[in-house]
Design a protein around this ligand. Structure first.
Ligand code: ATP
Ligand code: MG
Length: 209
């Protein structure tokens, strides 16, 4: 390996080409940033089979609280109330946190009960989606209630579509429906490349709960 290969900056021609590329790139990025001038409430959907959907949503809760925004969180499906996110974020001033689940459908084995629970949770969410004082609303694991048909999809999509203009909403959960994806502004699909659970590791505090 010669000096130019070891350190590209030592090759003046290569360094000049790199500098020109970066100048062009910066101009393109600056133009794109300048063109993005809209400001409105966004609907984000974080879906897919990989780990990181709910934690992404809670990361945005932390960001919003850093801006002194008022945040509402409704956790559907889940029944555990010993999570780190609830213990920490749920206690912060400016957050209203609700855990409304009974567990997954294979835990409850009772569709009637699941529907009743879903409707109770949805009533809280619908109240937040009608109130402009909530600047960020997280509907954690809402996708399952649509894919299992526990909630009326049109009712939910209508409430999301007609929420206050500046309100941000984050919906998480696997298998987001096409209609929800269509309505959303930002959609991330997290892929499951590997998960420690399949190597026999139990849920770890700080990582999984
Ligand atoms: P997290 O809450 O960690 O961001 P998530 O919201 O993406 O995860 P969920 O489907 O809600 O994923 O599952 C929550 C729990 O299941 C977490 O403990 C998470 O680590 C675990 N989990 C997520 N994806 C997988 C997977 N592909 N295989 C096994 N366990 C998973
Ligand atoms: Mg989740």
């Amino acid at each position: 390996m010669n000096e130019a290969e070891r350190n590209p900056d030592a090759d003046p021609a290569k360094a000049a080409r790199h500098a020109a590329r970066m100048t062009r790139k910066k101009a393109l990025i600056d133009a794109a940033i300048a063109a993005a001038s809209d400001e409105r409430g966004l609907l984000l959907v974080i879906t897919g089979n990989g780990k990181g959907k709910s934690t992404s949503a809670f990361g945005m809760v932390a960001r919003a609280l850093g801006h002194d925004m008022k945040v509402g969180v409704v956790q559907f499906i889940k029944s555990r109330t010993d999570t780190g996110e609830e213990a920490f974020l749920g206690k912060q001033p400016g957050v209203e946190w609700h855990v409304t689940g009974d567990g997954f459908t294979w835990d409850t084995q009772n569709r009637e009960q699941d529907i009743a629970t879903a409707e109770r949770g949805w009533a809280i969410a619908a109240r937040m989606l009608a109130d402009p004082s909530y600047q960020l609303v997280v509907l954690d694991e809402l996708t399952y209630l649509l894919s299992y048909g526990y909630l009326d999809s049109d009712l939910v999509l209508d409430a999301l579509a007609h929420r206050p203009a500046m309100q941000h909403v984050v919906v998480t959960g696997r298998a987001a429906t096409d209609a929800l994806i269509e309505l959303a502004d930002t959609v991330s699909v997290i892929a499951d490349e590997k998960h420690a659970f399949r190597a026999g590791v139990k849920a770890q505090p700080g990582i999984d709960l």
